[in-house]
Design a protein around this ligand. Structure first.
Ligand SMILES: Nc1nc2c(ncn2[C@@H]2O[C@H](COP(=O)(O)OP(=O)(O)OP(=O)(O)O)[C@@H](O)[C@H]2O)c(=O)[nH]1
Ligand SMILES: [Mg+2]
Length: 266
């Protein structure tokens, strides 16, 4: 779906990281209702924006035309990712863009995006095309069947990582084991707690104050949400094609911090 209408940048929500309950009084007729709000957090992803937008809209237009929105939440990237995206909002009417100048970090970016979302189904996907787009339809199907949370997982049937070094595999599994020791009832609920690719029913987190640290937003929603039915769908994590990874040792420190905060404040 393409139009020539330009949108303005979204206002960044302030205050608590709390996803609102949708007001049924302002609910629109079914024909104009947004079902899925998919947040795409970005930092220095200008190279990937045109491709991901083209591919995602092509895919979702086949299944839920006019019933989804894409929300790019950029942290004032020096490569002007937000501006590249905003210029494309003239072509893609379902795209809305937020540029944060005061806050930073992947997880809080996702929640800020969900705070302005209109859909009952909230999702997140990376901008760098490492998350295969076809999996989106499988995630959507599971939520529509009644799951509260559906996680794209690298560690179930049909899941995997394409070309990770031994070191990265070791660090990823080590982080998961650490999580199982510190917070077994949260981290143990899914095979891939590190996944940044999932959909959740708004009702499972609406009204709960979230306070994620760092990268692992899934752990936060599992820890603080009201989630009964969890489903996992396998996917193979692809290699990055453009742009560069932002993962450094800092994310591992923040992950440990996040686990400890959840352990002692939940
Ligand atoms: N808004 C925002 N987005 C971020 C931030 N850090 C990373 N991202 C985005 O979050 C997604 C995942 O980040 P990546 O650096 O690709 O992390 P990864 O996929 O786990 O690691 P690689 O395999 O090394 O790419 C990408 O879309 C990034 O642009 C941040 O601080 N703020
Ligand atoms: Mg990546």
């Amino acid at each position: 779906m393409r139009t020539t209408q330009a949108n303005s940048l979204l206002t960044v929500p302030t205050g608590l990281l709390k996803v609102p309950i949708l007001d049924s009084n302002t609910t629109k007729p079914d024909s104009t209702k947004i079902k899925l709000s998919l947040v795409i957090p970005t930092y220095k992803e200008s190279q990937n924006i045109p491709t991901i937008l083209e591919k995602i809209t092509k895919l979702l237009d086949t299944k839920i035309p006019n019933a989804y929105e894409l929300i790019i939440v950029d942290d004032n990237s020096p490569d002007l990712t937000w501006e590249v995206a905003q210029n494309m909002a003239q072509e893609y009417s379902q795209l809305r863009v937020m540029c944060r100048r005061k806050e930073r970090g992947l997880s809080t970016a996702v929640v800020r995006g969900w705070q302005v979302a209109k859909g009952e189904i909230l999702g997140v996907i990376d901008a760098d095309l490492q998350h295969p787009l076809e999996t989106l339809l499988k995630l959507l199907a599971e939520i529509e069947k009644g799951a509260d949370l559906v996680v794209a997982s690298r560690h179930v049937d049909e899941g995997g990582v394409s070309d990770w070094s031994l070191v990265r595999r070791f660090l990823s599994r080590g982080a998961q084991l650490l999580g199982l020791v510190i917070l077994p009832e949260v981290v143990g609920r899914v095979s891939d707690p590190m996944s940044g690719y999932f959909m959740i029913n708004r009702q499972a987190i609406a009204g709960h104050t979230l306070s994620p640290v760092g990268y692992k937003i899934l752990i936060e929603v599992l820890g603080r949400g009201n989630i009964c039915c969890v489903v996992e769908v396998g996917y193979v994590f692809q290699e990055r094609l453009g742009g560069e990874s932002k993962v450094t040792w800092k994310q591992y420190v923040e992950y440990l911090q996040h686990l400890l905060i959840l352990r002692f404040t939940k």
